[in-house]
Design a binder for this molecule. Sequence first.
Ligand SMILES: [Zn+2]
Length: 128
Amino acid sequence: MKKETMNKETLYQLLIDQKNELSQRIEKIEADLKNRYVNSRSSQKAVDHSNDDVLGGLKNEAQTKLDLTDEALQRLTRGEFGHCIKCNTEINNERLNALPHAQLCRVCAQKEEGSAKPFSKASSMSHV
Ligand SMILES: [Zn+2]
Protein backbone atom coordinates (compact mmCIF):
# COMPACT_ATOMS: atom_id res chain seq x y z
CA MET A 1 0.00 0.00 0.00
CA LYS A 2 1.32 3.41 -0.95
CA LYS A 3 1.51 6.17 1.58
CA GLU A 4 -0.12 9.51 0.90
CA THR A 5 2.85 11.66 1.81
CA MET A 6 6.25 11.02 0.40
CA ASN A 7 8.82 9.40 2.59
CA LYS A 8 10.91 12.11 4.22
CA GLU A 9 14.21 10.30 3.69
CA THR A 10 13.45 9.76 0.01
CA LEU A 11 12.66 13.42 -0.42
CA TYR A 12 15.74 14.46 1.51
CA GLN A 13 17.87 12.27 -0.74
CA LEU A 14 16.24 13.73 -3.85
CA LEU A 15 16.95 17.25 -2.66
CA ILE A 16 20.56 16.46 -1.75
CA ASP A 17 21.10 14.87 -5.17
CA GLN A 18 19.57 17.85 -6.88
CA LYS A 19 21.67 20.22 -4.81
CA ASN A 20 24.89 18.42 -5.74
CA GLU A 21 23.94 18.32 -9.39
CA LEU A 22 23.11 22.02 -9.45
CA SER A 23 26.33 22.96 -7.66
CA GLN A 24 28.31 21.02 -10.24
CA ARG A 25 26.38 22.60 -13.08
CA ILE A 26 27.04 26.10 -11.74
CA GLU A 27 30.74 25.35 -11.33
CA LYS A 28 30.91 24.11 -14.89
CA ILE A 29 29.12 27.18 -16.26
CA GLU A 30 31.42 29.45 -14.26
CA ALA A 31 34.44 27.64 -15.68
CA ASP A 32 33.02 27.99 -19.20
CA LEU A 33 32.43 31.69 -18.71
CA LYS A 34 35.95 32.16 -17.35
CA ASN A 35 37.46 30.27 -20.30
CA ARG A 36 35.53 32.36 -22.76
CA TYR A 37 36.71 35.50 -21.02
CA VAL A 38 40.34 34.43 -21.13
CA ASN A 39 40.04 33.40 -24.79
CA SER A 40 38.37 36.63 -25.77
CA ARG A 41 41.14 38.65 -24.12
CA SER A 42 43.90 36.80 -25.91
CA SER A 43 42.33 36.92 -29.36
CA GLN A 44 42.08 40.02 -31.51
CA LYS A 45 38.84 39.31 -33.26
CA ALA A 46 35.50 40.50 -32.01
CA VAL A 47 33.86 38.04 -29.69
CA ASP A 48 30.25 37.09 -29.89
CA HIS A 49 28.96 37.65 -26.40
CA SER A 50 25.47 36.34 -27.04
CA ASN A 51 26.55 32.95 -25.81
CA ASP A 52 27.74 34.49 -22.56
CA ASP A 53 24.23 35.75 -21.97
CA VAL A 54 22.86 32.28 -22.56
CA LEU A 55 25.40 30.82 -20.11
CA GLY A 56 24.64 33.62 -17.64
CA GLY A 57 20.94 32.87 -17.95
CA LEU A 58 21.56 29.17 -17.36
CA LYS A 59 23.67 30.01 -14.36
CA ASN A 60 20.99 32.28 -12.91
CA GLU A 61 18.41 29.59 -13.45
CA ALA A 62 20.56 26.94 -11.76
CA GLN A 63 21.35 29.33 -8.91
CA THR A 64 17.67 30.11 -8.36
CA LYS A 65 16.87 26.42 -8.31
CA LEU A 66 19.75 25.77 -5.93
CA ASP A 67 18.42 28.43 -3.54
CA LEU A 68 14.97 26.83 -3.68
CA THR A 69 16.50 23.43 -3.04
CA ASP A 70 18.42 24.76 -0.04
CA GLU A 71 15.29 26.35 1.29
CA ALA A 72 13.34 23.14 0.77
CA LEU A 73 15.99 21.21 2.71
CA GLN A 74 15.72 23.69 5.57
CA ARG A 75 11.97 23.43 5.62
CA LEU A 76 12.17 19.66 5.47
CA THR A 77 14.48 19.68 8.49
CA ARG A 78 12.02 21.87 10.35
CA GLY A 79 9.18 19.55 9.38
CA GLU A 80 7.38 22.22 7.37
CA PHE A 81 7.98 20.76 3.97
CA GLY A 82 5.38 19.35 1.62
CA HIS A 83 2.73 22.02 1.96
CA CYS A 84 2.06 24.87 -0.40
CA ILE A 85 3.48 28.12 1.01
CA LYS A 86 0.49 30.00 -0.39
CA CYS A 87 -2.62 27.99 0.34
CA ASN A 88 -1.13 25.34 2.67
CA THR A 89 -2.53 22.50 0.59
CA GLU A 90 -0.49 19.32 0.72
CA ILE A 91 1.65 19.08 -2.41
CA ASN A 92 1.11 15.71 -4.03
CA ASN A 93 3.84 13.10 -4.39
CA GLU A 94 3.85 13.18 -8.15
CA ARG A 95 4.73 16.84 -8.10
CA LEU A 96 7.36 16.43 -5.38
CA ASN A 97 8.94 13.63 -7.36
CA ALA A 98 9.25 15.77 -10.44
CA LEU A 99 10.05 18.94 -8.52
CA PRO A 100 11.49 18.10 -5.10
CA HIS A 101 12.00 21.77 -4.29
CA ALA A 102 8.40 22.74 -5.07
CA GLN A 103 7.05 25.42 -2.74
CA LEU A 104 3.65 25.71 -4.35
CA CYS A 105 0.88 23.25 -5.11
CA ARG A 106 0.01 22.71 -8.74
CA VAL A 107 -2.88 25.18 -8.68
CA CYS A 108 -0.84 28.01 -7.17
CA ALA A 109 2.13 27.25 -9.40
CA GLN A 110 -0.04 27.51 -12.48
CA LYS A 111 -1.35 30.86 -11.29
CA GLU A 112 2.20 32.09 -10.74
CA GLU A 113 3.35 30.88 -14.13
CA GLY A 114 0.48 32.64 -15.76
CA SER A 115 1.49 36.00 -14.33
CA ALA A 116 5.28 35.82 -14.44
CA LYS A 117 7.95 33.78 -16.16
CA PRO A 118 11.21 34.66 -14.42
CA PHE A 119 13.27 31.94 -16.09
CA SER A 120 12.48 32.78 -19.69
CA LYS A 121 13.28 36.42 -19.02
CA ALA A 122 16.69 35.69 -17.54
CA SER A 123 18.35 34.74 -20.80
CA SER A 124 17.21 37.92 -22.55
CA MET A 125 18.74 40.24 -19.99
CA SER A 126 21.81 41.80 -21.53
CA HIS A 127 23.33 43.69 -18.61
CA VAL A 128 26.19 41.96 -16.80
ZN1 LIG B 1 -1.37 26.30 -3.22
